[in-house]
Design a protein. Sequence first.
Lengths: 112, 116
Amino acid sequence: EDQVTQSPEALRLQEGESSSLNCSYTVSGLRGLFWYRQDPGKGPEFLFTLYSAGEEKEKERLKATLTKKESFLHITAPKPEDSATCLCAVSTPTDSWGKLQFGAGTQVVVTP
Amino acid sequence: GAVVSQHPSRVICKSGTSVKIECRSLDFQATTMFWYRQFPKQSLMLMATSNEGSKATYEQGVEKDKFLINHASLTLSTLTVTSAHPEDSSFYICSASTGGHYNEQFFGPGTRLTVL
């Protein structure tokens, strides 16, 4: 059975304190791994898509990496506005429409 | 690019009434759209996959007669919650897929439904 597990459940950081979030996956085949951020009461905002092991993508203070078993979202020198729930999702070749399977999310809180 | 809108953003209705939620891809054509439901402090739960011009595919446990989905064009899908009851109160979110090799999903801002 396909599984997506995110850790930690919650992460509390001081402003400027860099850290990483983990998304481990067990799937029959990976078509793509997606990272989103979600603010309370809003829809998820797209961050990155990764397709193959070794791939890395960066956007402002965020960097996502992918191995054959997991992905990391690195937050460098975070600011309070980086507070959000970070969601990881995977799509597999078994679903032709690109259905996503989500992890439970990591709630990130950055304090001044 | 890749903007998805939802309307309304918030709706309050009486028990027994039906509510329609619209999802539009504003700057791209979406062959496939998805409808999710999200409970407080939980992750997204996929309800159904909607393909333009064909019947929606519902996830196990989702009542298709309760949650009617129509995907009449490449930029519009609608979700109608029929005979709504308080237990249907939730945050409903749609997403639209770019298709092709990358097949990325972009999400709407969500609709908060409260049934009294």
